[in-house]
Design a protein around this ligand. Structure first.
Ligand code: IPE
Ligand code: IPE
Ligand code: MG
Length: 236
């Protein structure tokens, strides 16, 4: 089976999932967090090496204080206690995004989970929190500018070299999944998605279970990735 090495998920639709049931939006986020735990383990079982997930965008601070506070408290609970199964599975957890604007107790929980799982080697779960794709490129460009100022020679600088300046030095994304029915990127991993395959589904994230994930893997298996070239048959 041709399994994507790096899968990314825009975990959208938590709020609608809850509203559809007459519940508060926060209950959708809680349910979504359970779905994420299960999916991270399942993805590794299926042979995926890296799972990047969009948990909170820089623009999500525009939401009500109540919703933002709930989400921040939920991240703390996830990192401090709920990710025990993910740790036992041997998954290394890393967090991508700007630390400015985050509460001190959220940063502390981020440091705890990263430290606790840093030697794990079964796979990587990259959680994008206070993350923006354009911000990541800007932050990378600033780091690169500093290196140039300090004498870095950029005569032969490549697209691949720029990955070292992103939040995590991970390979490009092979498969992007967006749940919740919208057909947009909402500022997610713009640099890393350049040749990714896209899988969009109306399923709301809390309902995106293992079998839904497998449908995306199945689509990926049957796509012909050309990277601007031609496939083997057409090349003859
Ligand atoms: C995605 O679900 C999770 C976050 C943005 C934190 P939403 O909260 O955007 O859910 P909908 O799109 O309103 O249903
Ligand atoms: C994208 O979803 C962000 C996350 C899933 C964390 P949004 O719900 O914030 O995106 P828009 O507003 O539909 O573009
Ligand atoms: Mg949404």
């Amino acid at each position: 089976m041709n399994v994507p090495k790096h899968v990314a998920i825009i975990m959208d639709g938590n709020g609608r999932w809850a509203t559809n049931r007459g519940l508060k939006r926060s209950m959708g986020h809680l349910e979504g967090s359970k779905t994420l735990e299960k999916l991270a383990i399942h993805a590794i079982d299926m042979g995926v090496k890296i799972l990047s997930v969009y948990a909170f965008s820089t623009d999500n601070f525009k939401r009500s204080k109540e919703e933002v506070d709930y989400l921040m408290d939920l991240f703390i609970k996830m990192f401090n206690t709920k990710f025990e199964k993910i740790n036992k599975k041997g998954i290394k957890v890393v967090i991508s995004g700007r630390k400015e604007n985050l509460r001190a107790d959220v940063i502390e929980a981020i440091n705890t989970i990263e430290e606790k799982t840093k030697n794990n080697s079964a796979g990587i779960l990259n959680i994008c929190l206070n993350y923006g794709g354009q911000e990541e490129i800007i932050d990378g460009a600033i780091k690169l500018a500093e290196d140039i100022k300090n004498g870095l020679d950029i005569k032969n600088f490549t697209k691949e070299d720029f990955y070292h300046y992103l939040y995590q030095d991970l390979p490009p994304i092979d498969l992007l999944i967006r749940t919740g029915g919208e057909l947009r990127l909402s500022n997610f991993m713009l640099y890393e998605l350049s040749y990714s395959e896209f899988y969009f589904t109306n399923t709301l994230f809390p309902d995106f279970d293992k079998s839904e994930f497998n449908k995306a893997l199945f689509m990926y298996e049957h796509t012909d990735r050309r990277f601007g070239g031609l496939n083997v048959k057409e090349n003859n």
